[in-house]
Design a protein around this ligand. Sequence first.
Ligand SMILES: [Mn+2]
Length: 395
Amino acid sequence: MRRFAYCKVVLATSLVWVMLDMFILLYFSECNKCDDKRERGLPGRDVLRPREGPGEGGKPVVISKENQEKMKEMFKINQFNLMASEMIAFNRTLPDVRLEGCKNKLYPDDLPRTSVVIVFHNEAWSTLLRTVRSVIDRSPKSLLEEVVLVDDASERDFLKRPLEQYVRRMEVPVRVVRMEQRSGLIRARLKGASLSTGQVITFLDAHCECTIGWLEPLLARIKLDRKTVVCPIIDVISDDTFEYMAGSDMTYGGFNWKLNFRWYPVPQREMDRRKGDRTLPVRTPTMAGGLFSIDRDYFQEIGTYDAGMDIWGGENLEISFRIWQCGGTLEIVTCSHVGHVFRKATPYTFPGGTGQIINKNNRRLAEVWMDQFKNFFYIISPDCKKCVAVLCRKT
Ligand SMILES: [Mn+2]
């Protein structure tokens, strides 16, 4: 009888121990999995698991016949297919459009951290939040300091308190900063930059989508040489369907004598310099302007942007000339891809009209950086010299 009691006690204690062991085993194996996910960030995990839904995998969105009229109405609000954009998940999957040679490249562990500064003015909720979501989902957490959203005096209510409340819940600090009055891209970016804290500042437009592995190759170039300013390849997000289309690594930035930014084929000499390896960064004369990363201290050293430029236009050539003439290098990093919604018309209104502002900005660009070459610009745009002189004197 006594032996039976002993047996019971032994059995019961072993059972308790077995259960305890199982619990500990399960607990720690689960936790390992979590840590794995968190540490590696698995930035492209959704790429591996294609989901169903409009625009997934970067596919074009098809609008049904009965909605065509409404779609056209909505198009006018932002000059892109807002209806399509609203149908697409904020964290939609995208194809991996990188060159094969980019996919297995290794980068140092101790890359500098970046703040991402995004200026917006009356941006659509869906494009803005998809930009933020793609930055957070596809950047290793260890490299992303914060996201700073700079509101250049938007008039839409949903961009006020609702935006602040929405971004508060995100896994990475997202700050919303307001300009007191309409200040333009340049001054808004400068404010965002001054309030951010990362060693690198990455500027993005408010209607972008970052793809897998976009950030590491950019930061790696800056780590190698802090005077290198880097742009990703800008992929095209269709303004009609939001289809995601890979941009070319065979074009780089230039300009014409009207001082318009233009894409040109990468010349043979630049291909030769890279010994034909298209995964190596391309030295580019100018940048498109919307998307680039720069070391914070170097940005200060070169005097940041020309804060006397208004709203938009010319600032991308200005900073390009500034970088090259102040001992820096401007590159397109071909292993980094970020999508951008290219529009056929601008939805923004400027006080005084677009033409006047761009003329004034371009004149500042020519006078400051172009020495005698400015005369080519004045020959091509003779009325610029006259009419803009009046504007310049006023400010
Ligand atoms: Mn844009």
